[in-house]
Ligand binder design. Structure first.
Ligand SMILES: NC(=O)c1ccc[n+]([C@@H]2O[C@H](COP(=O)([O-])OP(=O)(O)OC[C@H]3O[C@@H](n4cnc5c(N)ncnc54)[C@H](O)[C@@H]3O)[C@@H](O)[C@H]2O)c1
Length: 365
């Protein structure tokens, strides 16, 4: 048997659980190192998961300086994604980076430059892409069934769903950096942009607000969280994409409405309706429908929900990354696409602050 891949986990919080569960199923890897800023947290994490012999470190740098690793899972909060990913790439380590890629477009550019200089693989953790229903959206667009796509409405809504189950790292600007935008907005963007081939974003007129996050009554057991809240709990934007495509976007962690609406993809030959979910988490909410004409008649074609097979999306996300390393392949979810996702998130924040439309410019990598 060939040598096992030596894996490190940076950040041992909530989502690291989902990574370690899948790594434990894989006989061709060994988890050799872990790091967390909170003293004792990494040690407790590996103990909880019954993984022995893992060397624990107080931060990503000390781990990457000391260990010879093939790959790391970066499961830290958004604000440290860029520094961890860049340092790992500089050390010649392949990176599976949790979504969102980072917080700002400047960070995204720095990550892409570090990737280019390292020659290593960095894949961004958008596991909903591996859902066969999501893949069906892309297949429908690529089949030409919709004709030329010219307008997309997307986003997701939670009536109340500000994530604070394990503390304040999602809502504190110092750790989360961005709120609903980075938590779930990036999924909606990936769903539609991936389907249409990730065209370049050109301009954005964005808006963001924090009316719910800053209210003590939002957190009945932790009213003090309201003072910590420093990110967006709602955002909306009108984005122009290359290829004369309009993207109408909204995302909500909290609002006085049941849904922010279904995702609609309008094309010259057909329109696709993708039902939203009550609590948007990047999954298709029900059977999709294509609205089109057959023999001059306006008809609808229903696309039934496709059942997922195999080990699940998280397994597939990690496996596809590891297989790319082993086979000398390319990143399953490449930064060359996700930089556009990040540019839109960043554009919404910047445009929202300025109160006007802005042009999106991405420097040469
Ligand atoms: N793909 C998904 O389905 C999914 C789901 C939930 C969260 N996420 C993403 O995962 C990331 C982490 O979320 P979470 O809920 O696990 O957060 P969390 O706050 O529970 O855990 C993050 C951990 O990272 C540690 N950390 C931060 N910087 C570090 C550094 N430089 N070195 C070592 N440790 C460091 C923190 O101490 C903390 O323990 C977020 O970016 C989030 O968007 C993805």
């Amino acid at each position: 048997m060939s040598k096992k891949l030596r894996i490190g986990i940076i950040g041992t919080g909530w989502i690291a659980d989902a990574h370690i569960v899948e790594y434990k199923k894989m006989p061709d890897i060994e988890i050799v190192a872990g790091a967390d800023l909170v003293p004792g947290k990494a040690e407790a994490f590996f103990k909880k998961w019954d993984v022995e012999g893992v060397k624990c470190y107080p931060d990503h740098k000390s781990m990457l300086d000391a260990e010879e690793l093939d790959a790391v899972s970066i499961c830290t909060y958004n604000m440290t994604h860029a520094e961890c990913a860049i340092y790992a790439l500089q050390k010649g380590v392949n990176v599976l980076l949790e979504k969102p890629m980072c917080v700002t477009i400047e960070e995204a550019v720095d990550i892409c430059r570090a990737e280019r200089e390292s020659g290593k693989i960095i894949s961004i953790g958008f596991q909903p892409r591996l859902d066969p229903n999501m893949q069906m959206i892309k297949k429908i667009v690529e089949s030409g069934e919709l004709g030329k796509v010219y307008y997309i409405q997307t986003g997701g809504g939670r009536r109340r769903g500000i994530p604070t189950p394990f503390g304040t790292t999602f809502i504190d600007a110092k750790t989360g950096g961005i709120g609903a935008l980075g938590d779930i907005g990036c999924y909606s963007l990936d769903m539609v942009l991936n389907a249409i081939g990730y065209p370049k974003p050109l301009t954005v007129s964005g808006y963001k607000s924090d009316y719910f996050g800053t209210r003590p009554s939002t957190y009945p057991t932790h009213p003090e969280y309201a003072k910590v809240f420093g990110v967006d709990d709602f955002a909306a934007a009108f984005i122009r994409l290359e290829g004369d495509i309009i993207l109408d976007f909204r995302i909500s962690w909290a609002m006085n409405m049941d849904t922010a609406g279904d995702t609609l993809i309008l094309g010259t030959e057909g329109g696709l309706r993708i039902p939203s979910t009550e609590c948007w988490n990047g999954t298709v909410g029900g059977p999709m429908k294509i609205y089109h004409e057959v023999a001059g008649e306006q008809v609808e074609t229903e696309i039934p929900i496709i059942k997922q097979q195999g080990e699940g999306l998280f397994y597939d996300k990690i496996r596809s990354f590891l297989d790319a390393i082993k086979e000398g392949g390319t990143a399953p979810v490449p930064t060359s696409q996700i930089i556009y996702n990040q540019a839109i998130l960043d554009g919404i924040v910047k445009s929202g602050k300025l109160g006007r439309e802005i042009e999106i410019t991405i420097p040469e990598i």
